[in-house]
Design a protein around this ligand. Structure first.
Ligand SMILES: Cc1cc2nc3c(=O)[nH]c(=O)nc-3n(C[C@H](O)[C@H](O)[C@H](O)COP(=O)(O)OP(=O)(O)OC[C@H]3O[C@@H](n4cnc5c(N)ncnc54)[C@H](O)[C@@H]3O)c2cc1C
Length: 493
């Protein structure tokens, strides 16, 4: 790879689902003089598989979430187009598969009933708050108002599965109105299909990326530039200049930036001029959550198999300690691979300790669940999304305290710099389909120039008059946060 200079109409930064979709949208609208700068050596971003013990496993996104509902999830359509190998996940028997430090428990029908009733209440409360135009509250606040907060290890792990297992942050952090009920499941359906395809889940991007491929599906188009880590963006009203770590410089009329929220929160990219205060505020207020799947390979299986056994839970005194387990007997039969999912602080801890330390913790948990005679694991695989400077987490989560006004600031362009990526999808942030829709929006905005026709308020947000009037009544960021942000901006100078 050598340094180069070039001048194009549009620069797309990032070749994940959103960047590839933005390129497709530009192409469909007659704009072909663009390039895509991608830091890694492949297309797909957070949809990425890896070889593990001779099998392909998914380090990032794994499920097509939201299927068999009123609307068709575009990711499901893509999965059908490439004939992706998937299996419907069956969570219905979960409360019969709970273990504690002293082994398996009988079916937890009482705890299950409490969790289900509480979740129904939480969703109804959210719908009512939204209908009445009331302020947002956290999911935990809603649980408190129900009258009981999950507190035993079994209640806590069922609660963890329901909330942290989906949003990767606990109920005290997540916004009630913006996560319950999740628009993904409400609009696209309740079903989740687990991808287990030897070609990798990222194969679903191929139909979107046809404009970059040869007939045999290889990424050959020179507009796709891999191993280009963007480290500087100079933006003005007239255009953008983007520099990469290898010394290349590209100029364009506009850029579409699709890097993750975690990357925006870091200092990887030097923006000149500094991003304005309203933009930084939105970037720092939204959350980049961490979700980690740890894969383990054993010489033989000691877990239960057969219908209704795929998911099992470990109920520890400490909420979120190696809680959600899944075997792959249907997807990778005879592989003897299982994986455990952790999130948030446990993920941070695990990313910082050695794989051997984590393995020792995991073996202790498994021995308490299944008895002391189980075999040692032969291999372990631990993705480190949070430590990776190109991601800094797994997906965004809508925290309590962020208004729709601030969310719109996260999406809003500045001069000729446009923002896309899953974290800019108001309905589907956190998901592949959110990234997909955001790529379409960014491509369209650039092409049609609609941005200039929309109402622009003082902070540069594109809004309709009605939403502006409504959102101007939303509470503003605390002054403490403002002090913090100003300090951050000064540090950059
Ligand atoms: C562990 C995990 C589990 C998940 N599970 C699911 C799931 O089951 N279902 C689901 O729908 N979603 C899931 N997601 C979320 C889903 O993967 C993302 O929402 C989606 O893939 C994001 O696409 P994107 O294009 O917005 O961002 P990305 O995929 O992050 O694409 C951005 C691209 O920008 C590149 N980049 C970053 N910095 C630079 C730079 N400085 N210069 C140039 N390039 C740069 C990155 O390498 C990346 O390729 C999961 C994610 C993770 C990590």
């Amino acid at each position: 790879i050598s340094a180069e200079d070039s001048n194009v109409d549009v620069i797309i930064i990032g070749a994940g689902m959103s960047g590839i979709t933005a390129g497709k949208t530009l192409t469909a609208n007659g704009i072909t003089n663009f390039i895509i700068l991608e830091a890694t050596d492949k297309v797909g971003g957070r949809i990425r598989n890896s070889d593990f013990a001779g099998y392909e496993v998914e380090l990032g996104a794994n499920w097509v979430e939201g299927v068999n509902g009123e609307q068709l999830n575009p990711v499901w359509t893509l999965a059908q187009q490439v004939k992706l190998r998937t299996s419907l996940s069956d969570f219905s028997n979960l409360s019969s598969n709970v273990y504690t430090a002293s082994g398996p428990l009988p079916p937890q029908t009482d705890a299950d009933a409490i969790t289900t009733a509480q979740n129904e209440y939480v969703i109804n409360l959210s719908v009512n708050l939204t209908a009445n135009g009331d302020d947002d509250i956290s999911v935990l606040t809603a649980q408190r108002s129900y009258g009981s907060v999950p507190s035993t290890p079994v209640e806590m792990v069922l609660d963890y599965f329901l909330y942290d297992g989906e949003y990767a942050e606990p109920p005290r952090v997540s916004s009630l109105k913006n996560t319950q009920p999740g628009p993904t499941f409400k609009n696209f359906g309740e079903d989740l299909y687990f991808a287990a395809d030897p070609r990798g889940f990222a194969t679903i991007i191929k139909p979107v990326a046809s404009y970059l491929q040869s007939k045999d599906g290889k990424y050959v188009d020179p507009r796709l530039k891999l191993e280009k880590v963007v480290n500087k963006i100079v933006y003005t009203k007239e255009g953008v200049t983007v520099s990469t770590e290898d010394g290349s410089t590209y100029t364009a009329k506009a850029a579409i930036l699709t890097v993750s929220l975690g990357v925006l929160q870091s200092k990887l990219i030097d923006f000149q001029p500094d991003l304005p205060f309203w933009k930084l505020e939105a970037i720092f207020e939204f959350d980049m959550a961490i979700y980690t799947k740890i894969f383990l390979k054993f010489p033989y299986k000691f877990w239960r198999t057969g219908p209704g056994t795929e998911f099992f839970l470990y109920a520890d005194d400490s909420r979120g300690y190696y809680p959600i387990w899944q075997h792959l007997e249907r997807e990778l039969p005879e592989s003897n691979i299982i994986f455990v999912t952790v999130t948030d602080d446990e993920s941070r801890k695990i990313e910082q300790q050695s794989n051997n330390e984590t393995l020792a913790e995991i073996m202790e948990v498994l021995k308490s669940m299944f008895g002391p005679d189980i075999p040692e694991a032969e291999e372990i695989l631990i993705p480190r999304w949070w430590s990776d400077r190109l991601y800094k987490g797994s997906f965004s989560n809508w925290p309590i305290g962020v208004t729709h006004h601030e969310f719109a600031q996260l999406q809003a362009p500045i001069d000729r710099l446009y923002f896309a990526g899953e974290h800019t999808s108001a309905l589907y942030n956190g998901y592949i389909h959110g990234a997909y829709f955001s790529g379409i929006d960014a491509g369209k905005d650039e092409i049609t120039g609609k941005i200039n026709l929309r109402c622009t308020n003082q902070t540069g947000i594109r809004h309709t008059e009605a939403t502006m009037a409504k959102e101007s009544q939303q509470p503003k960021a605390s002054s403490q946060l403002k002090v913090h942000l100003i300090r951050h901006a000064r540090e950059k100078l």
